[in-house]
Design a protein around this ligand. Structure first.
Ligand code: GUN
Length: 297
C-alpha cells in the first residue's frame, strides 16, 4: 500500500481491532454465561481459493477463543448429504453459526443448501429470512462484507444522513444488502450495474461509492468526486509483467492510483475490505450466540 496518502483506510488494522473486540466479548460470554460461541464451516470439494479462505476462517475463529468446527466434504458429495450435515449442525447446541463455503460444485443447488440453514445460525446472512429482515428493517444476520463496509463508512463519516451513495454491482451478497444498509443510514441510494447509462456521471455525483462489480479497475479515478468516500469490494487478479513473467497482482474495481487523488477516504486492495469480511463473520457468530441464548452484550 503506498504510504504517502493519509486518506487510505487501513482495513487490516480495522479488522484487527474488530477481532480484538470480538475476543473480549467471547471471554465475557465464557466467564459470565458459560457459553463458547461455535462456528462450523463446511467446504465441498477442492477449490484452491475456497481452501485458502476456509483455512483463514478456521484459524481466526480459534484465535478469537471460539469453538471452530471444520467439515471437509468430497467434491462428489450428494446434495442430500450436505443438507443432512447442515440439519445436524442446526440442532447442535455447541454450534451457533454455520457457513457453507461458496461456490458449491455444479450438481448442488446453492439456494437449497442456504435454505436448509437455520436462519438464526446463518452467519453469512444469505438465507431469505435474513435478507427479508434486512429489507424490512428487522433484526436478522447481516452479510459479512456489507457489514464490514458499513463499519468503515460509519467510522469515517459518522452520520451519513442525506449523503448520496452509489453502489456499483447488484449481487445478493454485496450490492443489494449494501443498499439496504445505506438506506437505513438515511443515504440517498443508487444501485448501478452493467446496464446503467452514463455510469461515470452517476459516480461523479456520489458522496459514497461502493464498488462491487468484479471488474478490474473499471471505476476511473476522475469519476470520483473530490472528498468522496470510496469502498472497493473488488478482488481481481491481473497480469503483472513488471513483477516478472507470468506474475499476477491483485487490484480492486476502482482505479486506485487515480481515485486516491480525489477521494476523501478510500480502501486499498489488498488490505481494505478483504480483512474485514472474516472479522465480521466472527462478529456475526458472537451475535448469533448471544441471540440464541437471550443475552445482550
Ligand atoms: N465464498 C467467497 N466468499 C464467501 C462468503 O463470504 N461466504 C461464503 N459462504 N462463501 C464465500
Amino acid at each position: 500500500m503506498p504510504e504517502n496518502h493519509t486518506n487510505i483506510i487501513d482495513g487490516k488494522a480495522f479488522a484487527a481491532a474488530v477481532r480484538a473486540d470480538v475476543a473480549l466479548d467471547v471471554t465475557a460470554l465464557k466467564t459470565k454465561h458459560g457459553i463458547t460461541p461455535g462456528l462450523a464451516v463446511i467446504i465441498v470439494g477442492k477449490d484452491p481459493a475456497s481452501e485458502v479462505y476456509v483455512r483463514n476462517k478456521v484459524k481466526q475463529t480459534a484465535e478469537a477463543g471460539m469453538y471452530s468446527l471444520h467439515h471437509d466434504m468430497e467434491e462428489n458429495t450428494p446434495e442430500a448429504d450436505l443438507i443432512a450435515k447442515v440439519h445436524a449442525l442446526n440442532s447442535d447446541p455447541l454450534i451457533h453459526g454455520i457457513l457453507v463455503q461458496l461456490p458449491l460444485p455444479d450438481h448442488i443447488d446453492e439456494a437449497a443448501v442456504i435454505a436448509a440453514i437455520a436462519p438464526e445460525k446463518d452467519v453469512d446472512g444469505f438465507h431469505i429470512v435474513n435478507s427479508g429482515l434486512l429489507a424490512t428493517g428487522g433484526k436478522g444476520m447481516v452479510p459479512c462484507t456489507p457489514l464490514g463496509c458499513m463499519m468503515m463508512l460509519k467510522d469515517r463519516l459518522g452520520d451519513m444522513s442525506g449523503l448520496k451513495a452509489i453502489i456499483v454491482g447488484r449481487s445478493n451478497i454485496v450490492g443489494k444488502p449494501m443498499a439496504q444498509l445505506l438506506l437505513d443510514a438515511n443515504c440517498t441510494v443508487t444501485i448501478a450495474h452493467s446496464r446503467t447509462k452514463n455510469l461515470a456521471d452517476e459516480v461523479r455525483s456520489a458522496d459514497i461509492v461502493v464498488a462491487a462489480v468484479g471488474r478490474a479497475e473499471m471505476i476511473k479515478g476522475d469519476w470520483i468526486k473530490k472528498g468522496a468516500t470510496v469502498i472497493d469490494v473488488g478482488i481481481n487478479r491481473i497480469p503483472a509483467p513488471e513483477r516478472g513473467e507470468g506474475k499476477m497482482r491483485l487490484v480492486g474495481d476502482v482505479d486506485f492510483e487515480g481515485a486516491v487523488k480525489n477521494a476523501g477516504a478510500i480502501t486499498p486492495v489488498p488490505g481494505g475490505v478483504g480483512p474485514m469480511t472474516i472479522a465480521c463473520l466472527l462478529r456475526n457468530t458472537v451475535t448469533a450466540a448471544c441471540r440464541q441464548n437471550g443475552i445482550e452484550l
